[in-house]
Design a protein around this ligand. Sequence first.
Ligand code: GUN
Length: 291
Amino acid sequence: MELIDGKKVSQQIRQEIAEEVAAMVAAGKKRPHLAAVLVGHDGGSETYVANKVKACEECGFTSTLKRYESDITEEQLLKVVDELNNDPDVDGFIVQLPLPKHISEEKITEAIDPRKDVDGFHPANVGRMTIGAPAFISATPQGIVDLIRRYNIETAGKHAVVIGRSNIVGRPMSVLLSQKGIDCTVTVCHSRTPNMKELCQQADIIVAAIGKPGFVTADMVKPGAVIIDVGTTRVTDATAARGWRLKGDVDFENVAPKCSYITPVPGGVGPMTIVSLMKNTLLAGKKAIYK
Ligand code: GUN
C-alpha cells in the first residue's frame, strides 16, 4: 500500500504556480487577483477561506476577503457579486458555501460571471466541462485527477465507483473520470443505491464523497483497489487540542492494508482542493479559459 501524499503534491504545484507568477510579474504583467466572499461565521468556512487567502500569498497572488454578516439580504449579496463581476482588477472570485438559508445558492452561483467563476460552479462551466470544452473545473475533482496523474495510476478501462452525487464533488468527479484521456467506466452511487457494497467490491478505484465518517469499510474494498477519500467530517476528540479532528469517509485503519493506494485524511485530497483553486485563479489571470 502506498499513501498518496496530497500535501507534498500540492506544495509542488504551488511552487510551480509561484514560479510562473514571478515570471509574469518580471515580464510586467499584473499578479492574478482572487477575491473571496464569506457570509457569517461558520467554523468550516472560516478555516477554508483563511487557507485560501494564505495559499494566495504563497502563490504570489493578490487576494481580497469580503466579509458580511449572516443577515445580509440576497439582493445585497447579488450586488456584491455584480461589483466583483465588473471590477477589472479581480480575475476570479468565490462565494464560500454554504450560505444562510434565506439566500438561494443557485441564484448567487448563476449571477457570477462564468469568466470569473474559479470555483467552476456556474452552469456554463459545468456544461463546458461536461462536453470536454475549456472550463473552470470544480477544485476537488480537479485535485483528485491531478493526484491520480502525478502518481501515474492507471485509469484507462478501470471501473471507478463514485460514492455521492453532489454538485461540488460527486457529479463532476464522475464526468471527469469518464472523459477521454482518463477513460474509466464510472458508476455513481448515492443514498438510493441498494447494492452499494457489491458495486464497491467490483471497483478498481473508489472515490468516497458522502460525508459519512468511516462509511467505506474493508469488506467493501477489492484487494489492490485505489481509494480516494474526500470526507472531512469534524468528530469530537478529547485528545486533540481543538477538541475535534477530521475524519474521512473511509475506515482508514482497516481499508489501508487492503488497497494499492489510499489518500489520508487530513493530508490527502484537502490540500489539493486549495491548490486547484489557485490553478484556476492563474488560468483566470491569464485569460486562458475564456479568450
Ligand atoms: N464550500 C465547501 N467547499 C467549497 C468550495 O470549493 N467552494 C466554495 N465556494 N464553497 C465551498
